[in-house]
Design a protein around this ligand. Structure first.
Ligand code: FO1
Length: 316
């Protein structure tokens, strides 16, 4: 199968999303996968433009991801951090020596006037990644969280404060005027599109910023291809990160069904873990149960095959 026989569009953010994106990239033909990355986590730090979810996908899809941390590069050294610490610099957001090259070069090229999408496409080609990798927009969108201590920028909440503050509300600053990447919107209406896969990412901080870009939610509702989401919840808990904590703080039931409800206006199929069979049995949307915990490469590929086979059976 090549792109002429159909292609898959995956929406991803964070570590869980990147795992399934890798599985999809290994079971699909080289040019049959396009991945859209959340950029709401992006921020400027130490004068550098940092795009964590794009970088997690770049490193994961090129086999350079750091399996212990879930972010940054494998075999990383931390000389820059040590030297910065000695100078009294800000080291709460850890930048490895190899990872630093990504931020320095991206910042240089953005300042030279290149778009985030053009830089991302060049980086993925240089890293030997066949899948297309698109930011959700070339315009700046920044996730902010209103907590009991006031509004926080995303990385302050997620890294500096380790997701401890209780959240009341999220905002995606800049989303109202952000333009979706033309290739992203075009893909959603492309007759060759065979499925849209919403990866098992945190719905609030990784997928909602993508859905907040004007036109995306409507394009998903009108999409000719099946839209399939994979639950990021297993056994009523998040595999990693603050998804379950955020659900509780936002007054939602902490279970796999909550995510399906969150996407209900455009979802055609929900892939939930076998452990959550009871939680999802009354959903309006069709459900396929699967083993969704991805610990090995084989798990990533197996879940990708399950998702694609289930999507192929959806009748729109
Ligand atoms: N996450 C942390 O918990 N601590 C860090 O020091 C940290 C540094 C970091 C550097 C580059 C990068 O691309 C990601 C990094 N992350 C770190 C993860 C990042 O905050 C998250 O990956 C996303 O923003 C949410 O998934």
């Amino acid at each position: 199968m090549s792109r002429q026989d159909g292609f898959v569009l995956a929406l991803s953010g964070g570590v869980g999303g990147a795992k399934l994106a890798l599985g999809l990239s290994r079971v699909l033909p080289a040019d049959a996968l396009t991945i859209v990355a959340n950029t709401g986590d992006d921020f400027e730090h130490l004068g550098l433009a940092i795009s964590p979810d794009l970088d997690t996908l770049l490193y994961t899809l090129s086999g350079q991801d750091n399996p212990e941390l879930g972010w940054g590069r494998r075999g990383e050294t931390w000389n820059f951090m040590a030297a910065l610490e000695a100078l009294g610099g800000d080291t709460w957001f850890r930048l490895g020596d190899g990872d630093l090259a990504t931020h320095v070069e991206r910042t240089r090229r953005l300042r030279a006037g290149e778009s985030l999408s053009a830089i991302s496409d060049d980086f993925r080609r240089r890293l030997g990644i066949a899948a297309r990798l698109l930011p959700m927009s070339d315009d700046k969108v920044r996730t902010r969280l209103r907590t009991e201590e006031g509004w926080l920028d995303f990385q302050d909440y997620f890294v500096r404060l380790r997701c401890a503050p209780v959240i009341c509300e999220l905002a995606f600053v800049g989303s109202e005027t952000a333009r979706p990447l033309p290739d992203f919107i075009a893909a959603l209406a492309d007759p060759l599109l065979s499925a849209v896969v919403i990866c098992p990412s945190n719905p609030f901080i990784s997928i909602d910023p993508i859905l907040a870009v004007p036109g995306i939610r409507a394009a998903l509702r009108d999409c000719p291809a099946p839209v399939v989401a994979v639950s990021p919840i297993i056994g009523g808990k998040a595999v990693k990160g603050p998804t379950a904590k955020m659900m509780g703080e936002l007054g939602m039931p902490v279970d796999a069904a909550t995510v399906a409800h969150h996407y209900c206006d455009f979802l055609d199929l929900y892939i939930a873990d076998e452990e959550d069979a009871a939680a999802v049995e009354c959903l309006d949307v069709p459900v396929v149960l699967a083993r969704t915990l991805m610990q090995s490469l084989a798990d990533r590929e197996e879940l990708a095959r399950t998702v694609l086979a289930a999507a192929a059976r959806v009748r729109k």
